[in-house]
Ligand binder design. Sequence first.
Ligand SMILES: Nc1nc2c(c(=O)[nH]1)N[C@H]1C(S)=C(S)[C@@H](COP(=O)(O)O)O[C@H]1N2
Ligand SMILES: [Mo]
Length: 259
Amino acid sequence: MTVQLFTRRRFLIGSTLGASALTLAGCDVLEHNEQVGSVIRSAENLTMRAQRLLQGRDARAREFGETEISPSFRVNGTSRPDSEDYAALVENGFADWRLKIDGLVDRPQEFSLADLKTLPSRTQITRHDCVEGWSAIGKWTGVPLGLVLTAAGLKPSAHFALFHCADELEKTLDGSGRYYESIDLIDAFHPQTILAYAMNGKDLTVGHGAPLRLRVERQLGYKQAKYLMRIELVDSLGAFWGGNGGYWEDRGYEWYAGI
Ligand SMILES: Nc1nc2c(c(=O)[nH]1)N[C@H]1C(S)=C(S)[C@@H](COP(=O)(O)O)O[C@H]1N2
Ligand SMILES: [Mo]
């Protein structure tokens, strides 16, 4: 692999919100980020290390052809967030929805759905594998996550992207049943990691996570957070909800759910 010796700061200053940002290989850049390196080296991330050793850290998930798209794709987990706020967003065709990007960034951002649709997009046909034992192949279209993170400008202390969702999968008094997820910056800048607004050529349905969901194709179904509201850049995961980086992780599943 040819490695360009950009420092992250030069990378962020040098790139703009446009096609040029896409051509920069985020992983090459992150290769030289010591903080990311220390996350990879930490003993608790053995699966992640094993997968990356065997397949290379920017290996792609398999992509399929149009004819292989599954005729039906299950809706799993939340099928419609049960809140007045979400109902109001649906009512208005998500015109009032905004994706916030904040936390450890230089320039907090807010994107409408229309904003996201004007950015460069990626379409990929991939297999979704749920830990419960079912799979389905779908076509996803969306904005590379790395592009919007670059727009926001990551501070050197940012190690993880934390995804806040609109739904509470479990109703609790303290709100601890809210769905959330997180990934590290290597997955965040992986070329197949996208914020998807379309599935099989149509706007996402409510069941599949409208208006926006994460696709992080090297990992299991529960990482594919639906109903995205906010992406927060954080240095560690311990302070959020159960402290394990995700709704299912707080209930015993692996944080790095490699497939
Ligand atoms: N916000 C949110 N995201 C979620 C879930 C959920 O309940 N809420 N379920 C997860 C699980 S376990 C799976 S398998 C997939 C299901 O996505 P689908 O409904 O589009 O099949 O979404 C994942 N993302
Ligand atoms: Mo799942």
